[in-house]
Design a protein around this ligand. Structure first.
Ligand code: F6P
Length: 361
């Protein structure tokens, strides 16, 4: 009898259920009744506090298209993993105990950057762990794509499509603020798909004067409205020069005045051009709703590959996709690295060729 644990950790996204279904369906095909799947509730918390459910094939039925996660999730910061909980419990030891007590053969961790760091830690502590790459940010090192990303691109693109018509009617400047944490993948892709005229991402610090110039250029050409995609982590050239601590302070000061960076940029544009500039923040909508077709396929592929890895006893790795082929990378290589948009990426050049300004020149 194989005993497999599963958990979903960190911020949720579309296709978590589709991925768990992929793993489970393949395991049931391979082992029939000779496999038992245990789902830990609310991420690593369930593993720490022995909060789990024994899942059956029925639990995985009808969830391919359902967003969120049937197991629930929570954020358990990696930096606090080595700190005891409020009752003095050693979290890592507790997780190891649960794993051993349940006599698990493997633990599948569906998670993003922080979660894969903890997965790596547990692997180094001797547990059989397989990671699966989740996040709308697509910022996980070692995989071309994470599940959730393409669905989030669709949601954010829809926001651009909706503001486009109203921006045109009113001759307004519109900013759509896109999630993505410290990476610009989501903003870049949704911005291009949504026909944005200006895209500001953390990897390419902007100069507000160039942003204003791009707005004026459009107005001169008789296009009275401008669509701007701003990543939640966008930063100006001046901000980019600051040391980490100084930058944190600068953001904290900015947040005393504005709800987010987009509102500051909107104010700066309004002041310089006199044009109305509105901000739309789709926020967590980008993580919600159904996974799109791309993610359903990707998740099914990643999930079945995880089942194959379990069968082969290939642990300590994260399932990944590279050049459209599903493969795996050692968790130790993934842990602690961020995959940001490389400045020499073709997509940047192509966006510039479309006339999109990144506000940097
Ligand atoms: O990592 C996914 C993500 O949605 C980021 O894009 C965003 O910065 C963050 O999570 C929001 O986190 P929370 O759900 O804790 O507000």
């Amino acid at each position: 009898m194989k005993r497999i644990g599963m958990l979903t950790s960190g911020g949720d996204c579309q296709a978590l259920n589709a991925t768990m279904r992929g793993i489970a369906k393949a395991l049931y095909q391979m082992y029939g009744d000779e496999v038992e799947i245990i789902g830990f509730l609310d991420g690593y918390k369930g593993l720490m506090y022995q909060d789990y459910r024994v899942l059956t094939p029925l639990d995985f039925s009808g969830i391919l298209t359902v967003g969120g996660t049937i197991l629930g999730t929570s954020r358990q910061p990696f930096k606090l993993m080595r700190e005891p909980d409020e009752n003095g419990m050693d979290k890592v030891e507790a997780m190891k105990n649960t794993y051993r007590r349940l006599r698990l053969d493997c633990l599948c961790v569906l998670g993003g950057n922080g979660s894969q760091k903890t997965a790596n830690l547990l692997s180094q502590e001797g547990l059989n762990v397989i990671g699966l790459p989740k996040t709308i940010d697509n910022d996980l090192w070692g995989t071309d794509m994470t599940f959730g990303f393409q669905s989030a691109v669709d949601v954010a693109t829809n926001a651009f499509d909706c503001v486009h018509t109203t921006a045109a009617s009113h001759n307004r400047c519109f900013i759509v603020e896109v999630m993505g944490h410290r990476a610009g993948w989501l903003t870049l892709n949704a911005g291009i798909a949504g026909g944005a005229d200006i895209i500001l991402i953390p990897e390419i610090p902007y100069d507000i004067n160039y942003v204003v110039e791009a707005v004026r250029r459009r107005n001169k050409r008789g296009r009275g409205f401008t669509i701007i995609a701003v990543a939640e982590g966008a930063m100006s050239k001046d901000d980019a020069k600051l040391k980490k601590k100084e930058y944190k302070r600068r953001v904290a000061d900015m947040l005393k005045v504005y709800p987010s960076i987009s509102y500051e940029i909107a104010d700066q544009i309004k002041e310089a051009t006199g044009q109305e500039c509105r901000v739309t923040v789709p926020g967590h909508m980008q993580r919600g709703g159904q996974p799109n077709a791309y993610d359903r396929v990707l998740s099914s592929r990643l999930g079945t590959y995880a089942a194959l890895m379990i069968d082969r006893g290939e642990f300590g790795k994260m399932v990944s996709i590279s050049d459209r082929t599903v493969t795996s990378v050692p968790l130790s290589e993934v842990a602690g690295k961020l995959k940001v948009v490389p400045l020499d990426n073709d997509i940047i050049t192509e966006a510039r060729m479309l006339g999109i300004s990144f506000g940097d020149r």
